[in-house]
Design a protein around this ligand. Structure first.
Ligand SMILES: O=C(O)CCC(=O)C(=O)O
Ligand SMILES: [Fe+2]
Length: 226
């Protein structure tokens, strides 16, 4: 008597899992200079889940205001999760296994890893989730992400909160750049020719999103480091 019931339940669960697993991404995909931009990839519920998980990361590994090797303070505040965090100070740009305060970085949240698994087409898991917080007036100059040991894996970037004007260029210096406003829930995959392409954030529209009550933009970048 119980067996038909349990097998029915199992079937229903299978159908639910199938629907969940095949839920199509209905947002707009843009390809710009090799950058894969998934507009509206995360819905508001997913953004809130990620935000809660990032808050846990920040509690364990507080945001710091880093300085460049030349001693200039960056306008973003940073922390990280994973085996490695990217840091900068007077000693240089590098990946470190501990936060500047001395503790190990917290683990990369499962919600964040899932985005990597869904979009990176990569056999390896990321070893670093760099967290950038852009307060009012913060920006990030054009740069390449090139402190990793290998460039065969993409960098996956998740935007949460206020809109940011993302500028994309080429692996070589110079050349014409293109820009797109990244909004909360947008994901950018920088792989292939875009893996070593210059990119940066010219400005944010402070207060344009209600995801973070006090405003600001959070950006998460997932990287394979070794
Ligand atoms: O904030 C962004 O959208 C980009 C961040 C970035 O390029 C980086 O952390 O290397
Ligand atoms: Fe970058």
């Amino acid at each position: 008597m119980l067996q038909p019931f349990t097998s029915l339940c199992r079937r229903i669960l299978h159908v639910i899992f199938f629907i969940e697993a095949t839920k199509a991404y209905c947002g707009m995909h843009l390809g710009v200079l090799g950058f894969d931009i998934y507009k509206g990839y995360l819905d508001v519920a997913a953004q809130q889940r990620l935000l809660g998980d990032v808050r846990d990361v920040v509690r364990a590994a507080p945001l710091v205001h880093p300085v460049t090797p030349r001693g200039k303070q960056m306008s973003v505040r940073m922390t990280a999760a994973g085996n490695y965090g990217w840091i900068t100070d007077r000693q240089g740009y590098r990946y470190a296994t501990t936060h500047p305060d001395g503790q190990e970085w917290p683990a990369i949240p499962a919600s964040v890893l899932q985005v990597w698994k869904d979009l990176s087409s990569s056999a390896r898991d990321p070893e670093c989730c760099l967290v950038n917080f852009y307060g009012e007036g913060a920006r990030m100059g054009l740069h390449q992400d090139k402190d990793e040991g290998s460039f065969e894996f993409p960098v996956v970037s998740i935007s949460l909160g206020d809109e940011g004007l993302f500028r994309m260029g080429h692996a070589e210096r110079g050349g014409k750049t293109q820009s797109v406003w990244l909004q909360s829930g947008d994901v950018v995959v920088m792989g292939g020719v875009a893996r070593l392409a210059h990119h940066g954030v010219d400005r944010i529209r402070f207060g344009s999103s209600s995801l973070l009550e006090k405003g600001g933009r959070l950006n998460l970048t997932l990287r394979v480091v070794t």
